[in-house]
Design a protein around this ligand. Structure first.
Ligand code: TTP
Ligand code: MG
Length: 400
């Protein structure tokens, strides 16, 4: 399930927060001149019909007693950053849409338990406790459903569209509520008698495409409850990697591979901690003449077990030609996706035989390491020459 969070009357609420005299009053944030437009208005001012993008002179006419203030962007940005930090505390999968709006993948909430609504309420509570401002949230199966839902009970509201309700919700959804559908498209649809997504569902693709182009096909796919875009997280742009400068330059492949196995375990453990998998595995080498080389492979099934990461890293190492001895070696995972994100299944794929005990072993190692610390346990294949694995300079979540 996806949650969409949107702060209530954001700029105006910040003004009321910083200046308690403004609380409960019609506050209108906008440019100074009469030619300027309203950025936003407090809910008290909205009662007079004032809204975003309205010329200030018109707002003054509608609400002469309004308190007009010019915006303080740096302050709004500062608060916005704090709010996003709160969201990242809940889930690694957060997509920031604007200064006061974000999607959160609730399936990625490691610290939240209970129903989706309990999770939504916990997020609202934490945002309020942290910045003393209210937000509204919507929870739904797809991003656009969550977004529409968050707007349905503003301010300080929560709207939950359950999996079972989704079909009838979409069926009855007025097209004007759908984000990204412009005025012209709306008028064209209304001209052919289409007002809801349910009505759009029965129109042939060709007709919709002729009327609205690609937008028409998008509406059709929404109406059919087809899979919609996933949350685009900044985590996807990050990588988890570790590297080490060797105590001496070497071409001893057996030693290098033992180090790679240990490093792959570290990367995998960090991935599992974050409930992520990495689609791209990178092998990084620096030679004794300080020349660098980076080799990567992208996998259809992203691994998060050390053994799998190791296998890929070794394949890359085995393909390598070495102009010099190796001075630094490292392995990383990027293209991060949520652990339970759907995997593209190959239609004719024969599943690889897999030793389930490996996975179990790694999970057991996780819990022992978490409990007793980094040096408490290690693979047997590493322990015979334990001292030859240099201390790792783990550099987790390094930005690429
Ligand atoms: P919104 O979330 O659209 O509006 P809002 O937070 O003020 O009110 P709501 O409770 O309905 O969500 O936009 C967030 C901020 O972005 C808003 O406080 C001010 C700014 N903004 C503009 O400057 N101009 C605009 O036209 C809009 C829509 C917003
Ligand atoms: Mg808002």
């Amino acid at each position: 399930m996806i949650l969409h969070m949107d702060m209530d009357a954001f700029f105006a609420s910040v003004e009321q927060l910083d200046n308690p005299d403004l609380k409960g009053k019609p506050v209108i944030v906008g440019g100074r001149s009469n030619r300027a437009v309203v950025s936003t208005a407090s809910y008290e001012a909205r009662q007079y019909g004032v809204h975003s993008a309205m010329p200030v002179f018109q707002a003054k006419r509608l609400c002469p007693q309004g308190i007009f203030v010019s915006g303080r962007m740096s302050r709004y940005k500062e608060i916005s950053e704090t709010i996003f930090k709160v969201l990242y505390d809940f889930s690694p999968v957060v997509e920031q849409v604007s200064i006061d709006e974000a999607y959160v993948d609730l399936r990625g909430c490691a610290r939240l338990f209970g129903s989706w609504q309990t999770m939504g309420a916990a997020i609202q509570k934490r945002v309020y406790e942290t910045v003393q401002l209210t937000c509204s949230v919507g929870i739904g199966k797809f991003k656009y459903i969550a977004k529409i839902a968050s707007d349905m009970n503003k301010p300080n509201g929560m709207t939950y569209i359950s999996e079972e309700e989704t079909e009838s919700f979409v069926e009855r959804l007025p097209i004007r509520k759908i984000p990204g559908v412009g005025k012209v498209s709306l008028e064209r649809l209304e001209a052919i008698g289409i007002h809801t997504l349910g009505e759009a569902r029965n129109i042939p693709d060709k007709v919709l495409e002729k009327q609205l182009g690609i937008q028409g096909l998008r509406l059709k796919s929404l109406s059919l409850l087809k899979d919609q875009p996933e949350i685009a997280t900044s985590a996807q742009r990050k990588s988890i990697s570790t590297e080490v400068t060797l105590p001496e330059d070497t071409l001893d492949m057996a030693w290098l591979k033992r180090i790679l196995l240990s490093q792959s375990d570290d990367v995998a453990r960090e991935l599992r901690k974050k409930k992520m998998k990495g689609k791209t595995i990178t092998l990084k080498l620096t030679f004794s003449d300080f020349k660098k080389r980076s080799r990567r492979t992208t996998l259809k099934k992203p691994p998060h077990f050390g053994r799998d990461i190791y296998n890929e890293a070794v394949k890359l190492l085995d393909k390598e030609i070495f102009p010099n001895k190796i001075r630094l070696i490292g392995v990383g995972a990027s293209g991060l996706v949520l652990e339970n994100a759907p995997v593209q299944q190959d239609l004719f794929e024969i599943p690889e035989p897999r030793n389930a005990n490996w996975d179990k072993l790694e999970k057991t190692m996780d819990s022992i390491l978490n409990k007793y610390g980094k040096k408490s346990i290690q693979r047997a294949s590493l322990s015979e020459k334990r001292s030859d694995i240099p201390d790792k300079e783990a550099n987790f979540l390094k930005k690429r």
